[in-house]
Design a binder for this molecule. Structure first.
Ligand SMILES: [Zn+2]
Length: 412
């Protein structure tokens, strides 16, 4: 590794990190689950590559502790050759190397690696990896791990993201729940949305999550109010409920700043095979950016593969922040390449540098973070070696991306 890259990487390791996006469950859940190479190292994203390579089984089969580890390894092994150099697998291998001292995962080491993971799986696992090894100060989490006591895991709320599929019975359960908390009925639909957002904030959320491609056609407030009234009388039909759900989504995006909530939007590819990623093009968000100018947006995943569209979005809309969550492992090469284009186009106070996006493994957060530091160092060294940037300025950017920007944008 080039000396400047190593220097930058070493300096970054000393920096505190705000991890902008995970899906982690409570530690107890991880500890009580079978701990081995398929629940903690080759899991989640690297398994997407395995399925894409032709693995014909439901990949959860590899997590099944009732099947002997050797048998599972033999099912997996034919695909390892194909996925070994993918970004997802690299994050996994870095975790195995740095946390469990296994340089190469192969026939001779998979068992030892699983034993070491098992040994390490005891209370304090999160502290040891996330706090000590990763230097993460706070995690914005969309998983089931809520940590109101210390505030280490801060929720980002997913309640609103699928409301375009709202139906009568779903709305009934939302309505009854909110009515009870409210201590009475809501006269206006907008009153219900405002109360819902207040509750969201009261539960500690700092953001609300959506997907790109959410419908931009929305009914007027008066029409939403009359659907709300028909719903209360049990007379709203399916089409009306979906329109009402979309109206709620728009009201949430519009009202988010009043409640100090950031609107986070998934842009770009999916984590699993066979889903349609085309609708997740970040340009679909542009009408929302223009319409809701006071709302603070956090656009995820570099919009991969639409990284240049994303750069222009960051350039054109003051309310759009760009988040590198997950990019570092989706494609380290694409991320390194795009970062210099982003630096050309996007003000440095609008880039969020890291999120692990891990659903079940703190080790994968570590692997993704190690890749993040390396990618960022590799991007910045290009400018340093051309004499366009000093090392000091480069480290300023790193600190802003890993810590200052997410802290300021989310107020956490
Ligand atoms: Zn995610």
């Amino acid at each position: 590794m080039n000396e400047i890259i190593r220097d930058l990487d070493t300096e970054m390791q000393k920096m505190k990190v705000i991890d902008t996006h995970e899906h982690l469950p409570p530690e107890e859940e991880i500890i009580s689950t079978n701990a081995d190479i398929f629940t903690r190292i080759y899991c989640q994203y690297s398994m997407t590559s395995v399925v894409s390579a032709g693995f014909g089984y439901d990949y959860d089969v590899l997590k099944n502790p009732e099947i002997p580890l050797e048998e599972r390894w033999n099912m997996f092994k034919p695909y390892l050759w194909a996925i070994k150099d993918t970004g997802y697998a690299r994050a996994a291998q870095i975790a195995a190397r740095d946390l469990y001292d296994i340089e190469d995962i192969n026939d001779h080491t998979y068992r030892l690696l699983s034993e070491r993971i098992k040994e390490a799986t005891s209370p304090g696992l999160y502290d040891r990896i996330l706090k000590k090894k990763c230097n993460i100060e706070k995690i914005l989490n969309q998983g089931t791990w809520v940590d109101n006591e210390t505030g280490y895991s801060v929720p980002v709320c997913r309640d609103f993201m699928h409301l375009s599929y709202l139906n009568e019975s779903w709305m009934r359960s939302i309505y009854e729940d909110l009515k009870e908390k409210h201590g009475g009925d809501f006269n206006r639909a907008k009153e219900l949305v405002d109360f819902w957002l207040r509750e969201t904030r009261r539960n500690g959320s700092v953001g609300v999550k959506f997907n790109a491609g959410l419908p931009t056609d929305v009914i007027e407030d008066a029409e939403a109010q009359s659907i709300f009234e028909r719903f209360r009388n049990g007379k709203a039909d399916e089409k009306e409920m979906s329109c009402f759900g979309i109206w709620i989504m728009h009201k949430v995006i519009e009202s988010a700043p009043e409640h100090n909530l950031v609107v986070a939007i998934h842009c770009g590819l999916n984590w699993r095979c066979w889903a349609d990623f085309v609708s997740l093009n970040p340009t679909s968000v542009v009408p929302l950016l223009i319409k809701y100018k006071n709302t603070v947006f956090d656009l995820y995943h570099g919009g991969i593969p639409w990284v240049r569209e994303m750069a222009v979005i960051g350039n054109q809309y003051p309310n759009a922040n760009l988040n590198l969550v997950w990019c570092h492992q989706i494609s380290p090469y694409m991320t390194v390449q795009m970062l210099n284009e982003w630096i050309d186009l996007v003000p440095a106070n609008k880039i969020l540098g890291f999120g692990g996006d891990s659903g079940s493994s703190p080790e994968k957060t570590y692997g993704a973070l190690a890749l993040a530091r390396e990618n960022i160092a590799r991007a910045l060294v290009v400018r340093i070696s051309r004499g366009e940037m000093t090392e000091e300025r480069a480290l300023d950017l790193c600190k802003a991306w890993f810590y200052d920007n997410p802290k300021r944008i989310y107020g956490c």
